[in-house]
Design a protein around this ligand. Structure first.
Ligand code: SIN
Length: 528
């Protein structure tokens, strides 16, 4: 059992975690715990880009307004204004780090980098690195992190819980390595950057998304979880039952891609004047309805009319992946389905990433900052990662100068390691995902949510009957995922309206006043 200490412990190696590490490491000792495989997590798979007001033809009011409209009445206006106005400096920071954004050349260029469009945006404001922006960001930032002498990295540690001191303040985390050894890492300040909860669902846009374990770790220490019911489904994931999850970027529609049903007809113009570029909740619901009406299990996304040269130029990654799966997107329309993509809710934080637990912070998809409201607008998430990681860094730099005392107690740390039966855990996880996908996805109903709650409670009981399951790292993470799934259903049950991503056939109207939901560990139903 090792107990290294640092000023700041960051858990998570996506854009939020890496940005934060780089922003504080010149002045603080940083411990970064991140997955070994750099392609885990969602950041690296982000294709489209980062939304920010960069063009002289755009302005802050327009970006704020588009975000508020997409968020369907539930955004926190202060968080929106804060994020949007800090966008240009965050992008400049990335340019200074050397991120290879796609340039815009030619005499009519209004900004040195190409800006694309995505759903909900009334201007070209998405800066990108071809169609693999997340990969370019993570590679560039990780390269810098690897060289920084003040950043100690652990890549083989699965963090399963947080440490608290006798005042209830967070003072680090504990986890298990690949040799089944438990470790605790103490720190004056702990930052969770562990991602969202799309892994609660069967079909997702990234191969190995998290299932909200970090959210539950924060909740275990007393943090509040807000707006969990707003799970975003990206409208266009490649329909490829035998292959890995693969996103077809919204930028494809931004550059003119058209959605067609099985009979080759466009269906979006009749539903929304923004057509294929309506906000995601609207497009995903429309696709879901077409799929229910049809027989193929997917709709089609057609970009052939852009021409081979433009397709190769704008979408080299999508072109190559689809080709590897036998689809030539210059000659065929792409079969697509909606898939779980992004959690708009999460651990409640302020504008500096501070949670309700002393010395505990959360940044990136794990956090609920109020930016996204009931439906996140495309490419506002990487922006949020950057802006909040940078504001969190500023707050922590002030605090680490004051240096809080940390006197950890360890009774929450498991003292033994067991091997829970892996087949049983895998079966419970699959059943959890099936339940969430059937009853808690794009279209919901009161009866469906009630069924989901009963099934999830049953699965949690079954899990907790396995001996010492919570001291098996995989068992503990599954317990956290199930608890979060239950809280998600409870949040959905409490919302007696359809708003943004939460659409229920039993409450089709909106309540006159939009209220964010807030739950905590205390709201979990008692055990049988
Ligand atoms: C995409 O490229 O469509 C994903 C961008 C996002 O989710 O913001």
């Amino acid at each position: 059992m090792s107990t290294p200490t640092s000023d700041v412990l960051i858990i998570g190696g996506g854009v939020a975690g890496l940005t934060l590490a780089l922003e504080i490491a010149d002045h603080s000792l940083v411990t970064l715990v991140r997955p070994d495989q750099d392609d885990q997590g969602a950041s690296r798979w982000a294709q489209g880009g980062i939304a920010a007001v960069l063009s002289p033809d755009d302005n802050f009011e327009a970006h704020i307004n588009d975000t508020l409209i997409a968020g369907d009445g539930l955004c926190n206006a202060e968080a929106v204004g804060f994020t949007v106005t800090h966008g240009p400096s965050a992008i400049q920071w990335l340019i200074d780090q050397g991120v290879p954004f796609t340039p815009e050349t030619g005499p009519s260029a209004r900004y040195p980098y190409h800006l694309t469009r995505e759903g909900g945006h009334n201007a070209r404001r998405i800066i990108h690195a071809d169609d693999a922006t997340g990969r370019a960001l993570v590679d560039t930032l990780l390269n810098k992190v690897n060289q920084h002498p003040n950043i100690t990295q652990y890549c083989d540690l699965t963090v399963v819980g947080l440490l608290k001191d006798d005042q209830g303040a967070c003072c680090g985390a504990y986890g298990c390595d690949t040799h089944q050894q438990w470790h605790s890492i103490t720190a004056s300040y702990t930052v969770l950057a562990t991602g969202g909860a799309s892994g609660l669902y069967r079909h997702t846009t990234t191969p190995a998304p998290s299932s909200g374990e970090g959210m539950m770790m924060a909740a275990e220490l007393g943090a509040n979880l807000m707006n969990l019911e707003f799970q975003q489904f990206h409208p266009t994931c490649l329909f490829d039952p035998e292959g890995p999850a693969f996103l077809i970027s919204e930028a494809v529609r931004g550059e003119g891609g058209l959605l067609l049903n099985e009979t080759g007809q466009r269906f979006m113009p009749a539903l929304d004047k923004r057509a294929e570029l309506a906000p995601r909740d609207i497009v995903a619901r429309a696709i879901d309805a077409e799929i229910q009406r049809g027989t193929l299990g997917h709709v089609l996304l057609d970009i052939r009319h852009l021409g081979e040269k433009a397709i190769r130029h704008h979408f080299p990654t999508i072109l190559a992946h689809c080709a590897s799966r036998g689809i030539d997107i210059t000659k065929q329309a792409i079969p697509v389905v909606p898939a779980a993509h992004y959690s708009c809710g999460g651990v409640a934080t302020d504008l500096k990433g501070a949670t309700d637990v002393a010395n505990l912070y959360a940044v990136g998809e794990i956090a609920y900052t109020g930016l996204h409201g009931a439906n996140r607008m495309a490419s506002n998430s990487l922006l949020e990662c950057l802006v909040f990681a940078r504001s969190c860094a500023q707050a922590l730099l002030v605090k680490t100068r004051e240096q809080s005392e940390c006197s950890p107690i360890f009774e929450c740390r498991p003292s033994l390691s067991v091997n829970a039966p892996k087949a049983a855990l895998s079966d419970i996880r699959q059943r959890m995902r099936a339940t969430m996908s059937q009853y808690v996805s794009i279209v919901r109903s009161t009866a469906g949510l009630n069924t989901a709650l009963e099934q999830l409670k049953g699965l949690l009981n079954t899990l907790e009957e396995i001996d010492d399951v919570s001291v098996d790292p995989e068992g503990k993470r599954l317990q956290q995922a199930l608890q979060l799934a239950i809280l998600t259903v409870l949040a959905a049950q409490q919302r007696h309206e359809s708003r943004g991503l939460h659409y229920t056939t039993d409450w089709s109207q909106q309540q006159p006043v939009a209220v964010a939901s807030r739950l905590s560990m205390k709201d979990l139903p008692n055990k049988r």
